[in-house]
Design a protein around this ligand. Structure first.
Ligand SMILES: [Zn+2]
Length: 687
């Protein structure tokens, strides 16, 4: 029989190889050359076939299968790995004179030897090193401190421009270094989605790229459309000689044929003038690139000379980075407008005389908050200094004092909300003002409606922000409970135009049906997400889950004291107070009642896995390897057991992980309560 089954896997192995080759090729053409060789439908069919085969024959699945591109592995922590070759940082400078010095020093050092330089873009992203053995990606590590970095291999596999297996001729064992960047277009779309979901947007593409590589869920990383730009090949001393790999530019050319994404913007230069031309050109043109760069890297091209030139204490002598200065202009302030955010936060925005800066016209820029305006000491009629660094968003960094008019008065900050007129509040120790009129301030109400329908809350996806605003303006939805009394005939034919008269939105019959169906479906959303959807300040997705698990239903939560609320994991005193106050407000209690009457879930659905622990009370202490503490508590309840927070005569077992508290240990021993391990526990529930 064994003989049969081993023969049987052969066709599967062949088909897996064939599918892998095809999918890798289509991926490469699509992501590197912007060319679709097959339809999406055909591509998906091939991928599905491969996934099915790998599920059937897990022993044949390669860690570098293209199915790993979609992610799915979960990292609780990232393993720290020592770099085989330290990732040195280059010396860098903002000064052209220092580039000239570098060039003349190099010439002196190398004497009569013939050599050249390469100039390339310095990507503004996250540096990583990829180890390849026999053409297969085996490890991806972040730069870290240069000596030790984080193993992010499963996330790196989801980046389409990182080849999982190489093509053509390649060294047996080497490291490919490069930068993971978040292209502007993808970054902006990603940030817009975050804002729509009620998440804080990222400040710049680099931070977003770095955060993405450290995501625990690689499937989420896969969705973020990061790119890898290779810029360096590191070969071990005993690498086989290869004529193509004797220069830096030759190595990058060769890397292209192996399947790496190498940007074409590299130039071999023979003297300082050519280097300066390259720098000038990209200082102007960098804004037209699809991703951020922050300078130019200059290297001696001939690899054999690197050892001869050696290292300084920190960086190699054969390379240097020139960093672009932020571009700065000054332009008159025309007015300040005040925006009211969905949480009531006021953001002052400077409206300026339009000015050309770093490839775009700048008209507006944030003034952050009242403190920022005071710190800059902005006066009426001032000219503002606006700066654009490696990022897309211009910043106001100061005042052009030469242009200040004598006797100019400091600009006035508003005292009342521009949307609803309520007097603004500034909490002690906080830099910003906010409008306290939560239930009467239009942008705050619409913001809460948006939060309520969001993907992570009630997921009523047929209601975008324009439609919500329209429903609010027409008086059909004034609060979150109003969604559940919307009628079909109220929706059909609704139309609205925004303030500029440009965008128009209207609802037809089919649209109305979709909206009502989505609202109906939201009644199935579990209690913890309903709780999150309420939009109680400081109660995020995770907090809502913990509160739901602890209190089980809305009535227990509403009746809870501040102390009890604060005793829930991860709920601080401030949050506890907010929750408590929220439910003391009669309007909020009515809102809950209306939602309950509409049929929303106000009770957690208990999952009963078995009755193995019925009648047993547990106290949980310490850290566990297979569960988080909350997970193990939930698990006990799902098997019919009870969890108590302190040890008493009624305790049946103390379930102890690592680092159990010494007090608890003493008490358990004193009362003679049996102490069991995680493994003992697993045996108990397995019965
Ligand atoms: Zn207001």
């Amino acid at each position: 029989m064994d003989l049969f089954s081993s023969i049987d896997t052969e066709p599967a192995r062949e088909r897996i190889e064939e599918l892998t080759r095809l999918i890798d090729k289509y991926n490469y053409e699509y992501y590197m050359n912007d060319r679709s060789l097959v339809s999406d439908f055909e591509f998906d069919a091939l991928l599905r076939e491969l996934m099915d085969l790998e599920r059937q024959y897990p022993e044949l699945a390669s860690p570098n299968s293209p199915t790993k591109r979609v992610g799915g592995e979960v990292n609780k922590t990232f393993r720290q790995v020592e770099h085989r070759f330290p990732m040195l940082s280059l010396g860098n400078t903002y000064s052209i004179e220092e580039i000239e010095e570098f060039e003349s020093r190099t010439r002196k050092l190398l004497g009569d030897t013939a050599f050249s330089y390469t100039c390339e873009l310095k990507y503004d992203g996250v540096a990583i090193g990829l180890t390849y053995r026999n053409g297969e990606l085996v490890q991806a590590v972040t730069r870290g401190n240069g000596a030790v970095g984080d193993d992010i291999t499963s996330n790196a596999r989801t980046i389409r421009t990182i080849p999982l297996r190489l093509t053509g001729k390649y060294p047996k064992d080497f490291e490919a270094r490069g930068e993971v960047v978040f292209p502007f277009k993808e970054f902006e779309a990603f940030n817009r989605q975050r804002e729509a979901d009620g998440d804080e947007p990222f400040a710049n593409p680099r931070n977003a790229a770095s955060g993405s590589l450290k995501l625990q869920d690689s499937a989420e990383c896969a969705r973020r459309k990061l790119q890898f730009c290779m810029y360096f090949m590191m070969l071990p001393a005993d690498a086989e000689p290869d004529e193509r790999l004797t220069t830096h530019s030759g190595r990058l050319e060769a890397a292209k044929t192996m399947g790496f994404n190498v940007q074409p913007y590299i130039k071999e230069c023979l003297n300082i003038n050519e280097i300066k031309q390259f720098i000038d050109y990209w200082d102007r043109e960098r804004w037209n690139l699809p991703f951020a760069i922050d300078g130019i890297v200059i290297k001696v091209n001939q690899v054999a000379l690197w050892d001869r030139m050696g290292l300084t204490a920190k960086s190699p002598r054969w390379a240097i980075a020139y960093k672009f200065k932020a571009q700065q202009v000054s332009t008159p302030l025309e007015s300040i407008s005040f925006q009211v955010g969905r949480t009531g936060i006021i953001t002052p925005v400077a409206n300026m005389k339009p000015v050309w800066l770093g490839g775009t016209t700048v008209r507006r820029a944030t003034l952050v908050n009242a403190d920022y305006i005071e710190k800059l000491d902005i006066r009426d009629g001032d000219w503002l200094l606006v700066e654009k660094g490696g990022e897309i968003i211009p910043k106001i960094v100061g005042i052009d004092m030469d242009k200040r008019k004598p006797g100019a008065e400091p600009v006035k900050y508003i005292t009342n909300c521009p949307e609803c007129g309520a007097r603004l509040v500034r909490a002690e120790g906080e830099a910003g003002h906010y409008c306290p009129n939560q239930d009467g301030c239009p942008p705050q109400i619409v913001g809460r409606l948006e939060h309520f329908v969001g993907r992570k809350a009630m997921n009523i996806d047929s209601l975008g922000s324009e439609r919500l605003e329209m429903l609010y303006r027409k008086g059909l939805v004034r609060d979150i409970a109003d969604f559940y009394s919307l009628r079909r005939e109220q929706l059909i034919g609704l139309e609205s135009t925004d303030d500029d008269g440009l965008r128009r939105t209207s609802i037809q019959e089919k649209g109305a049906d979709n909206i009502l169906a989505a609202i109906e479906k939201s009644k199935e959303v579990p209690f913890e997400r309903v709780l999150f959807a309420l939009g109680i300040r400081y109660v995020g997705e995770v907090g809502a889950k913990k509160l739901a698990r602890y209190f089980k239903n809305i009535d227990a939560l509403m009746a809870a004291s501040e102390e009890e609320l604060a005793s829930v994991d991860d709920v601080g005193e401030k949050t506890a107070q907010f929750i408590y106050d929220y439910f003391r407000d009669e309007r909020h209690r009515q809102l809950v009642e209306r939602l309950r009457a509409a049929g929303l879930k106000m009770t957690i659905v208990e999952i009963r896995l078995s009755d193995a622990l019925v009648g047993k009370t547990f106290v949980v202490s310490g850290v566990f390897s297979r569960f988080s503490r909350d997970e193990i508590k939930a698990d006990i309840e799902q098997h019919g057991g009870k969890v108590s927070s302190s040890i008493s005569g009624k305790t049946d077992y103390v379930l102890a992980g690592e680092k159990m508290g010494p007090e608890k240990l003493k008490k358990a021993e004193k009362l003679g309560v049996p102490i069991i391990s995680e493994d003992d526990y697993l045996k108990m529930i397995a019965k």
